[in-house]
Design a protein around this ligand. Structure first.
Ligand SMILES: Nc1ncnc2c1ncn2[C@@H]1O[C@H](COP(=O)(O)OP(=O)(O)OP(=O)(O)O)[C@@H](O)[C@H]1O
Length: 234
């Protein structure tokens, strides 16, 4: 497989068990591939399934059918059928994910939150902390906040900590869910720089960018999920 990620015939619906088992179709027959160094924007109207697609690729949501083949450490893992321990291994080494919101763990300092993915991958603590400091500094998270848990941080501060964590360890595939939302122009530009650096280092990006200019700046291609959503709605 030349692609880092290849999706074949993906089908997904949700069943709302608490609401008379109402069925929510999301996509049908979604095929897609992502090559090294490529940056692809997922596009389509609100509620069409963009975030769901990222969560399916990351193994958070299960697909109903189809394959999600990921090139992982010289082999291939199908995220649609992988065992939980394989999903964890792929997340550690191959797929990074910057969600819309930081999952805040009380009492864990910001610096450790950012350094953790690098330490998990075997970096020495001092090097990991050094890179964490550089990223937090670049994203203008004030140094006085680094020893504190982000529990009390503003939305924009938490998002920047989340981005620093997401970009700390190099991942062949990076999934970005609206990484520039709620940031000011300067910080949006810094995030776009990090995206460009990750691409230049060979990572492939699959992302959702609410802002058209950010999308154009970050991505070379787009994946419009609307027609796969229409196929699911019949
Ligand atoms: N965990 C879930 N359980 C049930 N339905 C869900 C779940 N997650 C998403 N959905 C539904 O799937 C559809 C797609 O949602 P999703 O969040 O993927 O859309 P989106 O394109 O990312 O939207 P937006 O641009 O507004 O963020 C929506 O109808 C949503 O209600």
């Amino acid at each position: 497989m030349d692609a880092l990620l290849q999706i074949d015939g993906l089908h997904k619906h949700f069943t709302l068990h608490m609401q008379d088992s109402a069925e929510i179709p999301v996509f049908s027959g979604l095929d897609f591939s992502l090559m090294p160094g490529e940056a692809v924007a997922i596009t389509g109207p609100s509620g069409i399934g963009k975030s769901s697609l990222l969560k399916i690729v990351y193994g958070t949501y299960r697909a109903d059918s189809g394959r999600i083949l990921v090139s992982h450490e010289g082999g291939i893992v199908d995220m649609a059928s992988a065992a939980p321990r394989d999903i964890i291994a792929v997340r550690r080494r191959t797929i990074g994910y910057v969600s819309q919101f930081l999952r805040v763990i009380p009492r864990v300092p910001t610096l450790d939150i950012v350094a953790e993915p690098m330490i998990e991958r075997g970096a020495c603590e001092e090097k990991a902390r050094e890179r964490a400091r550089t990223l937090l500094d670049r994203l203008q998270v004030p140094e006085r906040l680094w020893p504190l848990s982000p529990v009390t941080f503003s939305g924009g501060e938490q998002q920047r900590v989340n981005i620093a964590r997401g970009f700390s360890a190099p991942h062949p595939i990076l999934l970005l869910d609206e990484p520039t939302a709620s940031l000011d122009a300067g910080n949006r530009a810094r995030v776009l720089e990090l995206v460009a650096e990750a691409r230049a280092a060979g990572s492939a990006i699959l992302g959702i960018f609410h802002d058209e200019a950010d999308r154009q700046a970050a991505c070379s291609k787009s994946l419009d999920v609307q027609r796969f959503a229409e196929a699911a709605h019949g």
